[in-house]
Design a protein around this ligand. Structure first.
Ligand code: SAM
Length: 291
């Protein structure tokens, strides 16, 4: 891979700085077991939302501005094609988004011949209210889960989903199959002590995805790694990880979060076994140092 884009490297953990479409060109084909991608939502077009009871701009950053439907779609198609090339034949991919981006991603995936496995409704029980009172309050995101091809034999840790300790999910009944609607709150304050990313994903969400669809020793890739939630969970559960991100600010935040986790694992805690580890509060404690 292009060496000059490596921003940070540790055992089982690498961060690249750059445009994922470019960086992925240098990765070997058929080399990645699992991809989690949280691409720009293209919703930063000067609207308003509610944060902590206040009216605030929806703008997340330049990287999130829409360049028009056609250009946004072309971008999604290009990064999805780059991801497909590096995915192993039995590998799978998750994409998260709202209606601003998820349909474009879904259509691009159909054109690229990905094989859909599920679409998950991530319901946020603590979603902020809608201030305009002119339509329903947005309280979910959609996650598409797909494998590289129809013939692939993707990983699904069914027992762990069914019998794990998913205590924080008000919709998951112990011992019942895991369904496709997940109730998971937005990131807790403790997950943002080193700084904030405007679209940071909760650790609990990534834990469920990574534990469900990969195994220890697998290689997990996040082409839009942001604050690096995917990297923390991958490392904690014994996976190898590659993250790609354009913004230095978020890469530096990622490193702070990772080094805290690494220190906590070395000094205070041991890596949880997979079954014990699916308890949300336990891994939150290890990652964030029990803050
Ligand atoms: C929706 S956010 C991801 C947030 C992340 N899941 C987290 O938990 O923090 C998308 C990220 O992709 C980055 N980005 C945008 N375009 C990119 C590109 N072409 N290649 C790599 N990263 C990009 C942005 O800087 C932003 O941090």
């Amino acid at each position: 891979m292009q060496e000059n884009t490596i921003y940070y490297e540790q055992n089982r953990f690498k961060l690249y700085k750059g445009d994922c479409i470019e960086v992925l060109k240098y990765m070997p084909e058929n080399s990645v077991d699992l991809i989690f991608a949280d691409p720009p939502y293209n919703l930063s077009n000067d609207g308003f939302t509610c944060h902590a009871g206040k009216r605030v701009s929806v703008n997340k950053g330049k990287w999130d501005k829409s360049r028009g439907v056609a250009e946004d779609f072309e971008f999604h198609k290009q990064w999805l094609a780059a991801c497909k090339r590096v995915l192993k034949p039995d590998g799978s991919i998750w994409i998260s988004g709202t209606y601003h981006s998820i349909y474009a991603c879904g259509f691009a995936m159909q054109l690229l011949d990905y094989h859909f496995l599920n679409d998950i409704c991530w319901f946020k029980p603590n979603a902020p209210p809608n201030l305009s009172c002119r339509f329903f309050t947005a309280s979910h995101e959609t996650l598409i889960w797909a494998r590289k091809s129809r013939k692939g034999r993707h990983t699904f840790n069914y027992e762990m989903m069914k019998n794990g300790l998913w205590k924080e999910d008000i919709l998951k009944k112990p011992g019942n199959q895991m369904r496709s609607v997940w109730a998971i709150g937005t990131p807790k304050r403790v997950e943002k002590v080193f700084g904030k990313h405007p679209t940071q994903k909760p650790e609990s969400l990534l834990k469920r995805i990574i534990v469900a669809s990969s195994n220890k020793g697998d290689l997990v890739l996040d082409p839009f790694s942001g604050s690096n939630t995917t990297g923390l969970i991958s490392y904690l559960y014994g996976r190898n990880y590659i993250g790609i991100e354009t913004e230095k600010e978020y890469l530096d935040l990622s490193i702070k979060r990772f080094e805290t986790l690494k220190n906590n694992l070395q000094k205070k805690y041991t890596q949880p076994s997979l079954f014990e580890g699916v308890c949300e509060s336990e891994s939150e404690y290890i990652i964030n140092g029990g803050l």
